[in-house]
Every structure is written in structure tokens, then in C-alpha cells.
Write a protein that binds this ligand. Structure first.
Ligand code: GLU
Length: 440
């Protein structure tokens, strides 16, 4: 990795510097460093397109904004906000906005890059982007949250737009926040622009099926992988980390298909029931209590015991960096389906591979959300809305086709599904890059 080793800059004869800028170097860069390693792994498979691979190692554009708001108690608080457009070779930037106290530039850069890969992997006509604010939104009142969202939208308004970059929900953001973003952008531009964000409420240009889409996509690729590996879903035991839109919906669909959800972990607790949790009852509990902690139909478990639970399928659907070299060895599941973005570190990936655990990587497994975001954006442009059945059928078809393509590449090159997905996606992105050519 000479490009990212921190070696002194070597100007070419034209003065161009071929060493990555310091903020893009791998060392100590957390999620961005992981992403750079993933790109390095696929470079040998890119053929003549490897000439363009540097494109993937730098975000096209990264904006850091100050987001000041007046708190309810009259004080002024400043929050750090970001919007990163990693790549726009295949279309406008696309990706969610996350509100979390641990958000960093490195994290948003990596998440934006994973969006480029994901969007190319399912072949929706987008580049990749991501945004975030470093804030714990649970500590804000509704009014504070609205002021924060509106000021952030106004600040990033110079780079977003329906044909430029289209935000969507991610961790701790939802339809209400998208409604405020759409309104703020529309007020600033003087026309109602529903297509500037996706994941909006259905009455405001949102799409049926969008809330459930990521979980439905996780389930769809899980079913495909089960078929290919001979895993019986009926009676299969499932452990899920995160029980929001992604983990909760995926658990519900797997349970309906006959699987037993035996363990769930979220920020409020870890629960276990060997006979299988009552998923609809747990979803209702989470709606009222904000998390799985205290659910009556289960016993509480120590958080560190979650990873070693006896199960066939494990779905990390919370945050990144959860499956590491410290817990990967304990995992008993045969199939890991990444509902979250970046939940498995490269060291853990290798451990799971050596144990024969099949990992369905985030960049294909959780692409259902952005796929239905694409449907929402298309519906907004045409002001013609589709039925939920049509949306779900199109979603399932796209996920199945994309997964089959990636599976075939993995067999062909004898590589993991993550590397195979990166091969497919990087080829699409760099082929577009090459055809467009350099400007000027
Ligand atoms: N935040 C979701 C993701 O990570 C959805 C992004 C979108 O719909 O644009 O894929």
C-alpha cells in the first residue's frame, strides 16, 4: 500500500503529487482505512481499469459544516456536520444522513464510498454520498432536532439537489427528518423539490415499501444464500443485532418464513429465548419502549455472550465495527448477513472465512433501502406512484439478479462475496469513469 503508507510526497515531472493527502491515508483512519484495504484487495481483478483505481481512493468532494442552533434553554450549541460525495461517475451522489455522537469525517467518507459500491452493485444509476452530524439526537427536544436538521440542510444545500446528491435516512434519522430536509431545501430554492431526499413520508412524495425495504432486501439475499448452500430456513435459529428498520423487519420476515429468532441485542439490552421470540410482540414492545430491553417474553443475557449464541444465521444490523478479531472466533452461525454498513472488520472477515462462515456483505445485503429510494426518486420525477406489490416485486428482482451476479463472480475468481461485490461494482464505476474521460 505504498500510496497510503504516509511516504513523503513524490512530485511527478509535472508537479502532481502522487501520495494521498494526509486525511486520506489508511493509518489510524478507522472505517476509511478499512475501505482502502477493501479496494486494494480488488485492484488485481480490475484489468485495464486498474489505471483509474485512484479515483476510488479519494472522495470527489467533502464538505464540513458548522451547525449552530439555539437550545430550548437559550444557549447556543454548535455541532459538526458533514456531506461527502465519494463518486458521481454513474449518476448523482446518493446516500443517507446519520445523526450520532460518534460520527467522524473518516466514518462519513467510508460510508459514502460504500454507497458508491452498493449503488453500482445493484446497478442503480447513482454515485455514492453520505452525510452526518456528530450529535446524540436522543438528547434533543423535537424543536431542537428540527432546527438542527434545517440548519444542516441549509448548510449542505450548496451541494445537494435532485440531480446532484440525494440524501435519505440512516442511523437515527427518519421520515420526519426527511420532510424537514425537503421543506428547507424547497424553501431555499423557491420550488417544492420532493426529489431532493428519499425516505420521505408517503403523503409527501415518499414511496410505499421504503421503510421496510432494507430489511426486505436482507431477507431476500438470505433466502437466495440459503438455497445455494442448502440451509433450511424452517426452524433455523437467528440472532439479530439492532432491531430498528433493518433488523426488526428482517427478523419479522425470517420468522414468517419459519425461522426462530433466538437472540436480539440493541443499545437497551440483549435478550434470549431458545424457543424463539414472539417477533410481532417484540416489535410492539420496541415501538413503545424504544428498545428490546425489558421484554417480558425473554431472558436477559450478558452483552458479550451475544456473539457466541447457538444459531444458523447472524444479522448484524446496528453500527460498523461490531464483529472484530476479538469476537469472530465465537460466532457459531453458518451465515452472516450484514444489515448494517461495515459491521465486520477485515481481520474478522478473514477469521470467518477460515471457519467456513459465509458472509453476505453490506454492499449487497443492505442495498434494498437505496433500491427503493431509487424507485421513490423515479416516482417523484414522474409524479406517478406505484403499488406496494409492484415495488416489492421490483425490489426482489433487483436483489436476486444482483446477488446471482456477485455469486457467479465469487465462484469464478474463488474470492469472498465481499471481494466479488467490489469487483462487480468497481468495474462498473471505473468503466463509467473511463468512458466519461477526464475533464478538462
Ligand atoms: N442509509 C441507507 C444505506 O446505507 C439508504 C441510503 C439511501 O436510500 O440513499 O444504504
Amino acid at each position: 500500500m505504498s500510496q497510503s503508507s504516509g511516504a513523503p510526497a513524490t512530485p511527478s515531472k509535472l508537479g502532481a503529487v502522487h501520495t494521498l493527502p494526509s486525511y486520506l491515508q489508511a493509518d489510524n483512519l478507522g472505517p476509511w482505512g478499512i475501505y482502502l484495504q477493501q479496494v486494494d484487495r480488488v485492484t488485481p481483478y480490475l484489468g485495464h481499469l486498474a489505471r483509474w483505481v485512484e479515483t476510488l481512493k479519494r472522495p470527489k468532494r467533502a464538505l464540513i459544516v458548522d451547525v449552530p442552533i439555539e437550545l430550548d434553554n437559550g444557549t447556543i450549541a454548535h455541532f459538526e456536520g458533514y456531506r461527502v460525495q465519494h463518486n458521481t461517475s454513474r449518476g448523482p451522489g446518493k446516500g443517507g444522513v446519520r445523526f450520532h455522537q460518534d460520527v467522524t469525517l473518516s466514518e462519513v467518507m467510508a460510508l459514502s464510498a460504500w454507497m458508491s459500491i452498493k449503488n453500482a452493485a445493484v446497478n442503480v444509476p447513482y454515485g455514492g454520498a453520505k452525510g452526518g452530524i456528530r450529535v446524540d439526537p436522543k438528547k434533543l427536544s423535537m424543536g431542537e432536532l428540527e432546527r438542527l436538521t434545517r440548519r444542516y440542510t441549509s448548510e449542505i444545500g450548496i451541494i445537494i439537489g435532485p440531480t446532484k446528491d440525494i440524501p435519505a435516512p440512516d442511523v437515527n434519522t427518519n421520515g420526519q427528518i426527511m420532510a424537514w430536509m425537503m421543506d428547507t431545501y424547497s424553501m431555499n430554492t423557491g420550488s417544492t423539490a420532493t426529489g431532493v431526499v428519499t425516505g420521505k413520508p408517503v403523503d409527501l412524495g415518499g414511496s410505499l415499501g421504503r421503510v421496510e425495504a432494507t430489511g426486505r432486501g436482507v431477507f431476500t439475499v438470505g433466502v437466495e444464500a440459503a438455497k445455494l448452500t442448502g440451509l433450511q430456513l424452517e426452524g433455523a435459529r437467528l440472532a439479530v443485532q439492532g432491531f430498528g428498520n433493518v433488523g426488526g423487519i428482517a427478523a419479522k420476515l425470517f420468522a414468517e418464513a419459519g425461522a426462530k429468532v433466538v437472540a436480539v441485542q440493541d443499545h437497551t439490552g440483549t435478550i434470549f429465548n431458545g424457543k424463539g421470540l414472539d417477533v410481532p410482540a417484540l416489535l410492539a414492545h420496541v415501538k413503545i419502549r424504544g428498545g428490546v430491553g425489558g421484554f417480558a417474553g425473554a431472558e436477559a443475557m450478558k452483552p458479550e455472550e451475544f456473539w457466541g449464541v447457538d444459531c444458523e444465521i447472524l444479522i448484524p444490523a446496528a453500527l460498523e465495527g461490531q464483529i472484530t478479531e476479538h469476537n469472530a472466533g465465537q460466532i457459531k452461525a453458518k451465515l452472516v448477513i450484514e444489515g448494517a454498513n461495515g459491521p465486520t472488520t477485515p481481520e474478522a472477515d478473514d477469521i470467518l472465512h477460515d471457519k467456513g462462515v459465509l458472509v453476505l456483505p453490506d454492499v449487497i445485503a443492505n442495498a434494498g433501502g437505496v433500491t427503493v429510494s431509487y424507485f421513490e426518486w423515479v416516482q417523484d420525477f414522474s409524479s406517478f406512484f406505484w403499488s406496494e406489490d409492484e415495488i416489492n416485486a421490483r425490489l426482489v428482482r433487483i436483489m436476486q439478479d444482483a446477488f446471482a451476479g456477485v455469486w457467479q463472480v465469487a465462484q469464478e475468481h474463488k474470492v469472498s462475496l465481499r471481494t466479488a461485490t467490489f469487483i462487480v461494482a468497481c468495474q462498473r464505476i471505473l468503466h463509467a469513469r473511463e468512458m466519461r474521460g477526464l475533464y478538462p
